[in-house]
Design a protein around this ligand. Sequence first.
Ligand SMILES: NCc1[nH]cc(CCC(=O)O)c1CC(=O)O
Length: 322
Amino acid sequence: MTAPLRLGTRGSALAMAQSGHVAEALTAATGREVELVEVVTAGDRSSAPVHRLGVGVFVSALRDALTAGTIDFAVHSYKDLPTAEAPGLHIAAVPPRQDPRDALVARDGRTLAELPPGARVGTGALRRIAQLHALGMQLEVSPIRGNVDTRLGRVLGPDADLDAVVLARAGLARLGRTDVITETLDPMLMLPAPAQGALAVECRIDDQDLVELLAVLDHAPSRAAVIAERALLATLEAGCSAPVAAYGELAEGETGEEIYLRGAVISPDGTRDLRLSRTGTPADAAEIGKALAAELLELGADSILGQEGHAGPGTQQFGSTE
Ligand SMILES: NCc1[nH]cc(CCC(=O)O)c1CC(=O)O
């Protein structure tokens, strides 16, 4: 009898859902038993806005437990991971990615175009705040945070005080709540966060057997897209509050598989809005992301990021913008 593998997870409904899903997939593919071990993170204990805490707080407790050996592997929302690699740890799999787009949940079944000027829209991420302002619809954007249920309650609950909220479709999908979505937002209007909708399955790099076992969960196209998007983010050296968006799509081109990467840097008030795209082969995913970031920098992305508490080269801690 082999002991069950210990999968460390945060206790939030979203984290439990995605960890449970990965555990089931691993057991189905390999026959190995998996046991969920709850790890409490500093992010779960605090109610400060995420862009001030830095999403790294959700991650570091899980990584500490991995390094200490109290768990064998962990599942992260990929967009919450810092762009810097964690010493001694390895992302052994990127499972098939969920739809990375953002979703609007609005009162009275409204779509974005149906919101009147002055409508109150809640979202915590600067990337979303910036893109909502860039629409020029005179929306009143208010920063919110909390778990998915708390955020939905601001629109759907008995004490609803907002007309709409914007959140990741993937989070709602994992919780079985896509029924509340009134519009899945087109990336032309709301480009997703780098790696949104993707998971990272991480273990210790010296745990060779587990590295090999977990590889069955890897989905190459999802990994390539995420590599491109995060190379863009890393090259911009964006701090934890940076309004940076990136979306890589894989499609069959004339010369084989192609990756189409879009990137955006938007000032929080929406007045400056840089959007560019680039294509290439999935094998060059990282180079495509770097090159697109370099083009954005040439257009002045650094001055937008500088306005927003840009950490500057070498000082970056947290990779995600939200
Ligand atoms: N911001 C926190 C966060 N981190 C991961 C998700 C779920 C979506 C995903 O896995 O990318 C969410 C919720 C959201 O952005 O609405």
